[in-house]
Design a protein around this ligand. Structure first.
Ligand SMILES: [Zn+2]
Length: 273
């Protein structure tokens, strides 16, 4: 599943191709992804100039004078810019056609989303899918103080809290395991029992780990294709993720693994307390 770093890589890859460009047509071949795709997308986008591409969590936001095209890649979605688009294949659900190429959304499992938010409905930040998201990990608002304040009295395990995305977005399963290792915090620790200094360390590691992944082109264990068609597939050089039973890279203690809620959690019993 594309995580925040992959989505950010897609954003950076697409922006130079679509920003300040005028849409000629939008072609919707699948009426339904996770939610219905607007049937009138062509009428809304044709003739409109894309003024920029933003990202909020794992949502890509394409700005137009009349509104915002919201795209989520779901489990298997890809969004690529094709200067010479071939005829659409079976899973190519939406094309946004520009004069110099086509932005194509492909999604075999259809858990992604292509939505339209009209300018008249207010700021896109208030959209129901975006309004409750936690802060961006690279925003000035995100730091240890915020995490500490948000978790007082919370008994939920720190790893579950990270995955929920209600305090900070973008820390998926791989990044939760890795950042907790790097901060020395055991994943099962109740969020409310973690002190300010440890949250300062965790916030710094979240930023650093996500930034490393973005730098390296996004990390995922699934196939991932970057917006320019180049493969963005690479495996983060993990300390604990997917290393059950192998020696910790720091202390050589075997890495432990536990399954809960269909997720695997990895940690070093010695380095993480
Ligand atoms: Zn260790």
């Amino acid at each position: 599943m594309p995580e925040l770093p992959e989505v950010e890589v897609v954003r950076r890859g697409l922006a130079p191709h679509v920003a300040e460009r005028i849409v000629r047509a939008a072609r919707v071949r699948a009426p339904m992804l996770r939610w219905p795709v607007p049937a009138d997308l062509d009428g809304r986008l044709a003739g409109q100039r894309c003024t920029g591409v933003q990202r909020r969590g794992k949502y890509l936001l394409f700005d137009f004078p009349a509104g915002v095209l919201i795209v989520h890649l779901g489990m298997t979605g890809t969004l690529r810019f094709l200067p010479d688009a071939p005829p659409p294949a079976v899973h190519d659900h939406v094309d946004v056609v520009f004069g110099h190429g086509t932005m194509r959304y492909r999604d075999p499992r259809r858990f992604g989303a292509v939505l339209w938010h009209d300018r008249g409905d207010g700021p896109v930040a208030a959209h129901p899918l975006l309004a409750k998201l936690g802060v961006e990990p690279f925003s000035d608002r995100f730091d240890g103080a915020l995490m500490h304040a948000a978790t007082r009295g919370r008994r939920v395990a720190i790893k579950q809290m990270l995955l929920a995305g209600s305090v900070v977005v973008g820390v998926g399963n791989i990044y939760a395991s890795e950042t907790l290792f790097r901060a020395g915090i055991r994943p099962s620790t109740p969020a409310g029992r973690i002190g300010r200094a440890r949250y300062d360390a965790l916030a710094a590691e979240i930023r650093a780990t996500l930034a490393e992944a973005i730098e390296r082109g996004g990390s995922t264990l699934r196939d991932f294709v970057g917006s320019d068609g180049a493969s963005g597939y690479f495996q983060l050089d993990c300390f604990v993720y997917d290393r059950a039973g192998q020696p910790c890279r720091v202390c050589a203690t075997p890495i432990r693994m536990r399954h809960d809620q269909q997720r695997s959690t990895f940690w070093c019993p010695r380095c993480q307390t």
